[in-house]
Design a protein around this ligand. Structure first.
Ligand SMILES: Nc1ncnc2c1ncn2[C@@H]1O[C@H](COP(=O)(O)OP(=O)(O)OP(=O)(O)O)[C@@H](O)[C@H]1O
Length: 591
């Protein structure tokens, strides 16, 4: 039976992550890092010189030398510490810039990478997790790399230089003093190991917690109407509790470091005083009182940085976890991107054909198993069908929010995959079901799709979408997060105004007028007719009366095209379309 293997402290993955971090965020800062290193070396040397001066000073005292010599020693010691003080100021000054620049670059790259990822990634990843990476994890990691590492390096240099000096002065005494080293190493290993596991769990818990906050805040309307405030509060509190327990675990484990070091230092001092005292008293050793006092002082100087260094190694593990989490995001790669030789040049007025298209969100439940249909260029096509039949998905496939898994979509003769993604999407105006409204003025919300548009063009788009009066009323007031201060119909009119303003050659209208009252819909319809003129338009609508004059109507049922044709012909066929139409008509007539 094999022993369960202990988690390795530095896995190959960690090493790879560190190399990646170095290459991307530190390598170009090498001159600054060398500057920091140089200043840190000076700090270490100051301690060594201080020890040597102290020993001389003590000898002056013990061996009743000149008071002038003593004054000289005092001046030099003061000067040495002034130099160390200056370095202590300059090191963070440089290190802070390195840190903040690294955080900035990390965030810049993460944002860039995030923007390139497929929509599918955002549909399966909790937003809390993304926020956490962009906000807290990058910050902590940057702080660690910049400040914490500079401090650790200073401590390490101090430990090495002062220890080196002590070994040179008295190797036997030094050897006696370091017998506690294996114990310290064991404690550090134990702590690091546990911290690493707990930190990983704590990060996950924190991500869930942030996500919970996001969901609750966004869903506050539903939460309140359903009187679920307590349930939501409890859910968040469960997350908070988990974080508290995990952070306790991390920090309590880390707290083991200090007492073990204190205890070890006590051991060391006793050994040095006992052993050193014996050496002074014994004629076999050439050691005097000044030498021993200086040695003890040296040990004190080593212990503090050693203790900080030990603590630092505790935090290395948690930061390796953070580094891996951030790196993980880069392991997500976009699949929807320009293929080699992709063209921006295609006939936007051509027929759009779905040829034997296969697609599944979930491999277990394929949605389209060989769907074929052609949307006439410059014509109005409508897609109807029961909810969940795949109407919106067709629109998403046309704009390559997802890729088809089989078959092909073509614009004229050009396959969709051979088009540059940006050029393809630039050819569409979309009024989607889930309208995204930003917390800015209505005006800015409309302009979003075409920042270059002139004031007149924006007013015209607003007039066409019947939202101009509201702009005049509200002025520049922001509309609340996600447009919370607007009605559903007002949001829809902003979306329609955007479509007017964008004026792209292909128009996708997904339930574009569903939230409007019949009177407004009628008014907007004539504007929409103007908008769709000469454009390839694809309309998804539940209200069949709104699409009855479409050039072609496609009827979908569970991902399959069951009927197609014009309104009158479909009614005459007396199939699914006729059934849906009659049912709706009966509903409207109140019969
Ligand atoms: N992002 C997604 N991830 C997984 N499944 C999805 C996703 N979007 C839609 N689906 C599923 O795919 C099917 C088709 O969805 P689609 O939105 O295309 O339907 P629809 O006909 O537009 O419906 P509705 O009329 O309700 O808007 C549904 O069963 C839906 O649950």
């Amino acid at each position: 039976m094999t022993k369960p293997s202990r988690q390795k402290l530095y896995t190959e993955q960690d090493r790879d992550n560190i190399r990646w971090f170095w290459r991307n965020y530190l390598k170009d800062k090498t001159p600054k890092l060398f500057l920091v290193l140089g200043m840190i070396l000076i700090q270490g040397l100051v301690y060594q010189q201080f020890l040597s001066m102290t020993e001389s000073g003590l000898r002056v005292i013990f061996e009743s030398g000149q008071a002038r010599d003593l004054a000289m020693v005092c001046v030099v010691v003061f000067f040495l510490f002034a130099v160390r003080g200056l370095m202590s100021y300059l090191v963070p000054l440089v290190a802070v810039r390195v840190t903040n620049q690294a955080v900035y670059e990390m965030r810049r790259d993460l944002i860039g990478h995030l923007m390139a990822l497929d929509l599918a990634y955002f549909e399966r990843t909790k937003s809390g997790e993304i926020i956490q990476r962009l906000v807290t994890q990058t910050q902590s990691l940057g702080m660690f790399v910049g400040m914490a590492s500079a401090n650790a390096l200073r401590d390490a240099v101090t430990v090495v230089i002062v220890s080196g000096y002590l070994i040179w002065k008295n190797p036997i005494l030094f050897a006696t003093a370091v017998v506690v080293l294996p114990f310290i190493i064991w404690v550090m290993n134990y702590v690091s190991d546990r911290v690493k596991t707990a930190q990983g769990e704590a990060e996950t818990a924190l991500g869930n917690y942030m996500n919970g906050i996001e969901e609750t805040v966004n869903g506050m309307r539903t939460v309140k109407i359903a009187s679920q405030e307590q349930v939501e509060a409890d859910r968040l509190m469960t997350g908070t509790g988990a974080i508290r327990d995990l952070m306790n675990r991390v920090q309590i484990t880390q707290a083991l470091v200090m007492p073990s070091i204190d205890l070890s230092s006590a051991f060391v001092y006793v050994l040095v005083i006992g052993g050193g005292g014996y050496m002074v008293l014994s004629p076999d050793f050439d050691v005097d009182g000044a030498g021993i006092i200086t040695f003890l002082l040296g040990m004190v100087m080593v212990f503090d940085p050693a203790r900080l260094l030990a603590q630092f190694f505790g935090t290395v593990q948690s930061n390796l976890v953070l580094l891996d989490r951030i790196r993980n995001l880069y392991r997500e790669t976009p699949t929807i991107k320009d293929t080699e030789g992709a063209t921006a040049d295609f006939d936007t007025a051509a027929d759009i054909t779905l040829d034997n298209v296969h697609f599944a969100y979930d491999p277990e439940q394929p949605l389209f198993k060989g769907l074929s249909m052609t949307f006439g260029g410059g014509k109005v096509s409508a897609i109807v069908g029961a909810t969940g039949s795949g109407k919106t998905t067709i629109l998403s496939l046309l704009s390559r929010l997802y890729d088809v898994e089989g078959g092909e979509i073509r614009f004229g003769d050009t396959p969709l995959r051979e088009l540059q993604v940006a050029a393809l999407r630039g050819a569409f105006s979309v009024v989607a079901q889930d309208i995204v409204i930003f917390n800015a003025s209505i005006w800015d919300n409309i302009r979003y799709v075409n920042p270059e548009a002139s004031e007149d063009q924006i007013w015209q788009a607003a007039e066409d979408a019947e939202i101009a009066d509201l702009i005049r009323q509200r002025g520049g007031a922001p509309v609340g997060p996600k447009g919370a201060q607007l009605s559903g119909g007002q949001k829809q009119r902003i979306a329609i105004a955007r479509a007017f303003l964008r004026d792209a050659p292909i128009l996708l209208l997904d339930e574009a007028t569903s939230a409007l009252d019949q009177a407004t819909e009628e008014r907007i319809k004539s504007a929409l007719d103007r908008l769709t003129k000469g454009k390839t338009t694809i309309v998804v609508a539940h209200r069949l009366s709104s699409i009855s004059d479409a050039d072609r109507i496609f009827v979908l049922e569970a991902g399959q095209l069951v009927e197609q044709g014009q309104h009158e012909a479909l009614l005459a066929e007396n199939g699914l379309y006729a059934q849906l139409y009659k049912a709706q008509k009966k509903g409207y007539d109140g019969g």
